[in-house]
Design a protein around this ligand. Sequence first.
Ligand code: ATP
Ligand code: MG
Length: 751
Amino acid sequence: TPPAPPPWLEGLNPEQRQAVETTDGPLLVLSGAGTGKTRVLTTRLAYLLHQRLARPWEIMAVTFTNRAAREMRERVGELIGPPAEQLWLGTFHALGARLLRRHAELVDLKSNFTILDADDQLRLLKQLMQAANLDPKRSPPPALMGCIQRWKDRGLTPEAVPTSDRGAMDGFAHRLYGPYQERLKTLNTCDFGDLLLHCLTVFKSHPEEALQPYQQRLRYILVDEYQDTNVAQYLWLRLLAQGHRNLCCVGDDDQSIYSWRGAEVGNILRFEQDFPGANVIRLERNYRSTPRILAAASELIANNRDRLGKTLKSGHAPQSASQGDDDALGERLRVRAVWDGEEEARVVAEDLIAHQRDGGRLSDAAILVRTGAQTREFEERLMTTGLPYRVVGGPRFYERLEIRDAVAYLRLIAQADDDMAFERIVNKPRRGIGDATLKTLHQLARAGGLSLSAAATEVLGSDELKPRAAKALDGFLQQIAGWREVAAETPPGELMSRVLKESGLIDMWRADPDPQAPGRVDNLRELCTALEDFESLETFLEHVSLVMENEEAALGDRVTLMTLHGAKGLEFELVFLAGWEEELFPHRRALDQEGLKGLEEERRLAYVGLTRARRRVTISHAANRRLFSQWQSCLPSRFLDELPDAHVVREGAKGLSGGRAGSFGGGSGLGWDGPSWARPKPDRHIERPTPTPPATRPAAPDGEAAFSPGQRVFHDKFGYGTVTRAEGGKLDIQFEKGGAKKVMARFVVAA
Ligand code: ATP
Ligand code: MG
């Protein structure tokens, strides 16, 4: 007999409890935000173990992020003690990789295969294009890669791509797909899409060996955020669940926000087809948000045509509460008009300080933005105000890879001796300056007490480097010198955009197929915008080093800063939704799409944002925004009009003076032409420190003193030879093998 039901089931409402206790057969829990789907899933997992319906290794639970997997493991631990390691709990990718390693040889891989990053993926594709004589201008590699990835998301191997799809990108995507897969196998590697695609292949080709054992073993399969699965993931689940048919998926079609990565809401409809007789349970009580927040979110999402539709009721408010009863309904949502991004950040910081003063914790608050680049202004303000924060889902702005690279260029321009910067960017983007060259530079620098830049200047004109590397290095130094020359007369923002363009840094990211790459391009543009606030390169660089120093421990009470996409599944007491303006949110890229698909996905994103809040929502929109270094007048987001007036207060920012607030309460801020009134532009022509002199050379360059014509010497690379001329630290040497060369005296010893 099974153990008595655990006391922790008492906390669930009847529908939730049903979802936990209906352990046999396929089950779909389809319901709105905050109705306890994730809680049901976690409880179900604990319940299965508690009732001894399955042993840990007979259960698989799939989460959307690694963080969610960790949380689920912890929660189950709280309910029934530390869950066994043997639980299969993780993301699709993690579980797919785990499975594939056991059967790698069936798809011609070794079990120690590596997983390719987006950079290498693209490089590989380019090599194949070159071999096939394909013009990367006519068929951009990132687009081809995207096409191949979408096929993988649909579970399609090269052979399985339907004829009707093969014509995509002039047929080139399909032509390259096969060779690309072959090449990956030769390299014993696979990309993220392969982690599931190869599993599917293995399941089909070797069912007895690689599928049936799992079908028998996995008694229960649980899936969170089901609305964001793609077809490959769906097929993978369906095959694994075929044995016991105990598949439980929870999701919300209104929160489907990853279609750009191949997710298909249609999977929800397929579920009921593929598992006839599946139980469908709808949870209607929301335990997270106040009735007002729920009403606003529901009214907004009702504007989407393409949805399954469902009702949401508040789980907290007494049912008798009348509409006018403000206490029971919670606070109204605040919609706040601000002048620009800087002000937006300032008033949010003020709110946070007030919240702290009232005894609130910063960790109860989140600032949610549409694009990663938007965090920058908030970060600056939080920092100057001394409010601790963390950026979730990515490093803080100035710690981002692409930003560090770009700043390294500026550092090297300002300071030729900055070796860290030199090393970081000398081959970024790739210009053929490899490890061998760097090693030579390091040796020379160490021997002569020089900076890398100085060593590089010296080594040119000798034969120490391969001609190709020398040419590349020369080009790099000249570029830096060129920028240094104009740095004093060029406003920092302008200098930065020039550097980004001329160095090829921005094109490098534009060509990258990684879904994060467009965000990196945006970040770089935002960096140019940030630079406009500084009068000189030096003041900016000082600012950055101060900001970077401000690093605290990851723990402690801090406000969360993240994108809407990253906030899925989370909840906070206070939520600030920033940048609700047309073109930014809904984003321009979504509006450019044909039909309503793009717009509706943006609206779902707005729904996700609103429903993260337990108690208070503050939405802001700026009248002017510097997008990509250009001031623009902004129209308030159409989503603001879709919020019910009964639950919203619209206000100007507290800090606005001179009645400006009223003038664009719901308007567009038009009539204010640009920022001319804003901060007066600082005078650009300030005095700069004299350019850094070249690194000091030792007083008596030992090279010249030590060698004289006619002397026999030995050189690391070129071997024995005789000095014919000694000048300026360089020696002309007639080598016994290899002829006449100019070398650095430092690399030579007397023979
Ligand atoms: P989302 O759609 O955003 O992922 P969800 O449906 O997964 O939301 P949960 O995160 O599981 O919802 O739950 C939302 C909040 O409601 C959590 O704080 C959870 O602890 C609480 N909650 C869920 N069920 C109950 C209940 N029966 N009684 C009290 N609180 C509950
Ligand atoms: Mg959830």
